[in-house]
Design a protein around this ligand. Structure first.
Ligand SMILES: C[S@@+](CC[C@H](N)C(=O)[O-])C[C@H]1O[C@@H](n2cnc3c(N)ncnc32)[C@H](O)[C@@H]1O
Ligand code: SF4
Length: 436
């Protein structure tokens, strides 16, 4: 108890100091207040659609999801269409250059409104991009693949997590290794541009040899991309408690570093390039990514939106989302935060570091400012400690740098996400959340 308290205080003060050095401001506060969105002035815009349903919710998963129910899904479809109608006049002149369907498990809604939502989005906005979606091994059948093709999905990501039945069981995934392998084969019949699979490592009692085996199997199945995530213990999930009850142990930070090295060695050996902190993509394939664009509108319960000056999130409750849209005909925004330009730049930099490459020209195009003048000192620090190197007008993160991003990610974003999501799940309409 005492140690936990000290850790919280320590990480809070480190976060405060880093944030103050970077942005010059001390607090980040999300508030419940009316937000007037009368215009969105950006050159490029993305759309994120959140489908918050899963057949079997996982004990470690932090994302906003509820158990799938077909009546709830159909009511949700109607509500999302109403939210689209709200944005239609605002976005009709905009080029939509990224469209991502995340969850939860979006494919639970195949046959229960997903097709109608996608066709409404196509009819309402000027889509100039591929559609990418997440899916689950138990949802992938030849008929589901046909549905995905029919609605125009080009890139698919599936949560495999492990090919080892023992670990699948331990983390409560409701399928076997043989189903996981079969679902990849079925997905491959769809001739998608990119198939990504998620593998989690650092699972309870997992050894380096187990991770090695998982990655070797993934590579033998010839997927286009592997996203290998260390399992994170978000405070609002049951993972930590269940691990303790089972007398298991989560590998420590040094073991996880070793596991990541094995993953790097195997993926680089298989001619894959690192395309984000956690993702390795086959050379010649365009990476699968949810984050491709600085500004986006999030549709659906729990979806976040980032437009110039503001970040806002919709209510984390399906029935509340549906009810609000029936009554109000506008997005049920639960919390809003103003973003100064400096904070927007930090947000931009965070995602570029996450993607392992920072393009100074892109920064100039986005903010009309010189990258070195704003972040030059930080980059000197990165270079000095071997976290990055320069290549022409780009800054490329090294493997060591990527590892430290993971550590910082734990300190910042996971803590933020954990805090915001746990409060939104518990309170539905919270009045205010102070982040630091
Ligand atoms: C939305 S899910 C993927 C799609 C689908 N719902 C599924 O589970 O197959 C996104 C991915 O996040 C990762 N994930 C979920 N909880 C995590 C955690 N606590 N730590 C690390 N990765 C996690 C998993 O790899 C999962 O596949
Ligand atoms: S990992 Fe996927 S299936 Fe499991 S609860 Fe999260 S979103 Fe749902």
């Amino acid at each position: 108890m005492n140690i936990n308290y000290k850790n919280i205080v320590l990480s809070k003060s480190i976060r405060q100091t880093i944030k103050y050095i970077l942005t010059g401001s001390k607090g980040l506060v999300l508030q419940r207040r009316a937000l007037a969105i009368d215009k969105i002035e950006v050159k490029r815009l993305g759309i994120y659609l959140h489908i918050p349903f899963c057949r079997v919710p996982c004990l470690y998963c932090p994302y906003f999801k509820e158990k799938f129910d077909k009546n709830k899904a159909l009511a949700y479809k109607d509500a999302v269409i109403k939210e689209i109608e709200f944005y239609r006049p605002l976005l009709k002149e905009k080029k939509i250059t990224s469209f991502y369907i995340g969850g939860g498990t979006p494919t639970t809604m195949i046959g229960y409104g997903l097709e109608e939502i996608i066709s409404t989005i196509r009819d309402s906005f000027d889509l100039r991009c591929d559609i990418s979606t997440e899916t689950h091994p138990n949802d992938i059948t030849p008929s589901a693949v046909k549905h995905l093709k029919d609605i125009g999905v080009k890139n698919v990501s599936m949560g495999i997590e492990s090919f080892n039945d023992h670990f699948l069981k331990k983390i409560g995934r409701p399928y076997t290794s043989s189903t996981a392998k079969k679902s990849i084969k079925v997905l491959r019949t769809g001739d998608f541009k990119c198939i990504n699979i998620d593998i989690m490592f650092g699972l309870p009692d997992q050894k380096i040899a187990d991770v090695e085996e998982d990655i070797k199997i993934a590579l033998s199945l010839n997927v286009d991309q592997i996203s290998a995530y260390p399992i994170f213990t978000f405070p609002h999930t049951r993972l930590k408690q269940v691990v303790k009850e089972n007398g298991s142990r989560l590998p420590g930070i040094i073991e996880r570093r070793r596991m990541l090295r094995v993953i790097e060695r195997l993926c680089y050996g298989a001619e894959m390039d690192r395309t984000s902190v956690w993702a390795f993509t086959k050379r010649g394939v365009d990476k699968y990514s949810s984050v491709t664009i600085p500004h986006y509108i999030g549709l659906g319960a729990g979806a976040g939106s980032l437009i110039p000056d503001s970040f806002f999130i919709n209510v984390f409750n399906v029935l509340e989302y549906v009810k609000y849209l029936r009554e109000e005909q506008k997005p049920p925004i639960a919390l809003t935060i103003d973003f100064s330009e400096k904070e927007e730049m930090i947000h931009w930099l965070y995602w570029r570091i996450y993607e392992t490459k920072i393009d100074k020209g892109e920064f100039k195009e986005q903010f009309d400012k010189d990258f070195d003048k704003i972040f030059g000192k930080l980059l000197v620090f990165f270079k000095l400690f071997g976290l990055s190197h320069n290549y022409k007008d780009k800054i490329i993160m090294t493997d060591k740098g990527n590892y430290w991003v993971h550590v910082l990610q734990n300190l910042f974003s996971l803590d933020f996400i954990g805090r915001v999501w746990s409060i939104c799940l518990a309170e539905t309409w919270p009045r205010e959340i102070e982040l630091i």
